[in-house]
Write a protein that binds this ligand. Structure first.
Ligand code: GLU
Length: 457
């Protein structure tokens, strides 16, 4: 077998979405698994629908996901150029070969590809015209995921439009031949094109590559394929939301592939060694944003604290989040509390707001609930008084102080905790009250308790 050469061949006609990312990833994984070459080819012949903006999103997203290419725009290679818009001379050359072999004809200003087989005319009611049907042998697609697929191609098709632009089928096949692609790994929506492609490969006298058509990604809710417009579809958005790219890559791998057993979180090196095309599922995968968020949480939990803190800093900077007077040490201490509790960096601003400023929102429902029993005003006053002298240097010492107070009053820890939390954070949940007091410090906690008590009338 010749060394594996695979390509990811996006058309820059829209934002980069989960489906494209998965196709890129499966190609990349297969190249890395086999020690082959991963090529990026830009299918930008549809000038009316292409844009440089979308192209840059493709480059950025691939780099962010870590899917570096061995040949393609920016890195070069022996089979370039790698943008179809720069390969017109190559398409002309290949077209001449088809012409010379008698496999084309001109009609209505366009160039058509001629199938081989018996021809007869039939009247097509739907289009209301006479068409020529060709009785060909079935086209055989050797598909590494679906097995052997046979499809009938029974009508000639256009390969160069009347405006002189070559059609997708032609340029796609020419490039796969010219770039010596061994495996075509792409979305199942292209399966219906592959019989045309096989017919073209045969006309060029080239053995078709091995195909691998990846099943669809279904919408989270309801039937049908996930589209770019669906919630959670765009890669760029995960980037903006502070998702970890390695978590996203791991999640996307599982859309249509599984490593066996019930393992889900795997380092990329292990995915590379386990990944293979026959192991890709034949059935469709369903997108699940909760699963995605959970995967991100697992990766966040596994980060060394210093790395979590550095990434959180970068996220805060990107969001223009103001952390007030926070020192590096204080910021890191707050992050140590947040790391085990959040699913994604996007939760951080709300989760930590009260650590940076004295103005933070109060959850009114939670407030009503916390104030609903006992004598909250008395509890706040008792606590504020006790904190004047209590040792707040560790969680244990804070806990001991609150417990001692509760015991003296014949109450429980919880009688102080709920009301103290709403008073000092505005929320009903968060880090332990002992950590909160330790970090916020005596002055701030007492001031908040008193300020809150004053609003109770
Ligand atoms: N340019 C095609 C697309 O974006 C890719 C076709 C292929 O991979 O063969 O869907």
């Amino acid at each position: 077998m010749s060394p594996v050469r695979v390509r990811f061949a996006p058309s820059p006609t829209g934002f980069f979405h989960i489906g494209s990312a998965r196709t890129a990833l499966f190609n990349w994984l297969y190249a890395r698994h086999t020690g082959g070459t991963f090529i990026l080819r830009i299918e930008d012949t549809d000038t009316a629908r292409n844009s440089e903006e979308f192209l840059n999103v493709i480059y950025d997203s691939l780099k962010w996901l870590g899917l570096t290419w061995d040949e393609g725009p920016g890195v070069g290679g022996n089979f370039g150029p790698y943008r179809q818009s720069e390969r017109a001379h190559i398409y002309r050359e290949y077209l001449e070969k088809l012409k010379a072999a008698g496999r084309t004809y001109e009609k209505d200003g366009a160039t058509w590809f001629k199938l081989i087989g018996d021809r007869h005319e039939v009247y097509d009611e739907h289009r209301q015209k006479t068409v020529t049907k060709v009785k060909t042998a079935p086209m055989v697609i050797e598909d590494a995921i679906r097995g052997r697929v046979e499809r009938i191609e029974d009508e000639d098709f256009v390969i160069v439009r009347s405006d002189g632009n070559p059609v997708f089928h032609l340029v796609n096949v020419v490039d796969d031949i010219d770039m010596q692609i061994t495996h075509v790994i792409r979305g199942e929506d292209h399966l219906s094109n592959s019989s045309k492609h096989v017919a073209l490969f045969e006309a060029f006298g080239v053995k078709p590559p091995i195909f691998a058509h990846i099943p669809l990604i279904l919408k989270q809710n309801g039937p049908g394929k996930m589209s770019k417009r669906d919630q959670g579809a765009l890669i760029e958005e995960y980037q903006k939301r502070g998702y970890l790219p390695e978590a996203l890559v791991n999640f996307i791998c599982l859309l249509g592939w599984n490593p066996g057993g019930d393992r889900e979180k795997l380092p990329i090196s292990e995915i590379v060694s386990l990944f293979d095309l026959p192991a890709v599922n034949q059935s469709n995968a369903r997108f699940d944003d909760k699963k995605m968020a959970h995967m991100n949480m697992l990766y966040l939990l596994a980060l060394p604290p210093a790395e979590f803190t550095a990434k959180a800093r970068a996220y805060f900077a990107a969001q223009n989040m103001n952390t007030g007077e926070a020192t590096e040490e204080y910021f890191a201490a707050v992050m140590a509390l947040a790391q085990p509790k959040i699913k994604g960096f996007e939760e951080l601003p709300a989760y930590t707001a009260y650590f940076w400023s004295e103005t933070y929102p109060t959850d009114e429902k939670a407030k009503a609930k916390a104030l609903g029993k006992g004598d909250p005003k008395a509890r706040l006053a008792e606590l504020a008084e006790r904190l004047l002298t209590a040792d707040l240097s560790s969680d244990a010492s804070v806990e001991a102080a609150i417990k001692a107070l509760a015991e003296e009053r014949g109450l429980g820890f919880g009688d102080y905790q709920g009301v103290a939390r709403i008073a000092t954070t505005g929320l009903s949940a968060g880090p332990s009250i002992t950590s909160l007091f330790r970090l916020l410090g005596r002055e701030r906690v007492i001031a908040r308790l008193e300020r809150f008590a004053a609003t109770l009338g």
